[in-house]
Design a binder for this molecule. Structure first.
Ligand code: PEP
Length: 265
């Protein structure tokens, strides 16, 4: 599952970001439990990616391949350089070699806790694309920015900088995750209307910077306390093409219900 053919029809993508949780034994158990919960029919309708910590990727890759589990392998971040003296870091070519397809980039936790700038995010986006993987570029505002009426401007600026000098045909293959920071891990979700409005802003911003075709093909996920109870309403919005799920992806039954959002409408 490593081709990067552009999706002409925007297939929903539900991604589980496991963050710094689960050792490789626990990761293997979760992916196997998830494979029992999720049917072939489910993955005919949506793409699913799992994003384990680096130490678990090889184990999860082996399980997906040997048991023919139809989930895409993901990573949570990577370094922008292909190799070198960067102690503790992992390069994009290393992930590509493991069969990783989707790489999260610019997650608010990386930006806030590890000081990742828009320029660095842009360099990582390019490294991921160069290695024929799909970036999931995260953008989103703080509560203060939302209350000050600055949310749209923040998201547009992050997109413009993060996609600077990225070709339109590459943007067409990408995923943007709109994640209001105040909704991540807090149990507070943006209303479906607010999430739709910002995802539409993301798409019109992509159109302004990279053209109509790129904007029409790129997938826009919503992330921020997505749960089985709110997944169907969020996913029913015209500009929301999937979900980036943190906490609720750590439990197979719960994540499966999000993947099967159509059944729980
Ligand atoms: C995330 O980690 O990107 C996220 C959206 O987390 P949660 O679903 O726990 O809010």
């Amino acid at each position: 599952m490593s081709d990067t053919t552009p999706d002409t029809v925007r297939r929903p993508l539900i991604s589980g970001n496991w963050k710094m949780n689960l050792n490789h034994f626990e990761a293997l158990k979760l992916v196997q439990e998830l494979s029992y919960e999720v049917t072939r029919d489910d993955v005919d309708a949506v793409d699913v990616s799992v994003h384990p910590p680096f130490t678990d990727i090889r184990t999860v890759q082996t399980a997906l391949e040997s048991d023919r589990i139809p989930f895409h392998l993901g990573a949570q971040h990577c370094h922008a350089e292909p190799s070198g003296a960067f102690t503790g870091e992992v390069a994009a070519p290393m992930l590509a070699k493991l069969g990783v397809r989707y790489v999260i980039v610019g997650h608010s936790e990386r930006r806030e806790v590890f000081g990742e700038t828009d320029d660095l995010v842009n360099a990582k986006v390019k490294a991921i694309l160069k290695n024929e993987m799909v970036p999931i570029l995260c953008v989103g505002e703080t509560l203060d920015e939302r209350e000050a009426g600055e949310a749209e401007a923040k998201v547009k600026a992050q997109l413009k900088a993060g996609l600077s000098r990225v070709k339109a045909e590459q943007v067409a293959t990408m995923v943007v995750a709109y994640e209001p920071i105040w909704a991540i891990g807090t149990g507070k979700t943006a209303s479906a209307d607010d999430a739709q409005a910002m995802c539409q802003t993301v798409r019109s911003s992509l159109e302004a910077t990279h053209g109509e075709d790129a904007a029409a093909s790129a997938r826009v996920q919503y992330g921020g306390s997505v749960k089985p109870i709110n997944a169907a309403e969020l996913m029913g919005q015209p500009d929301i093409d999937g979900a980036l799920v943190g906490g609720a992806s750590l439990e197979a039954e719960t994540f499966a219900k999000i993947i099967q959002y159509r059944l729980h409408d």
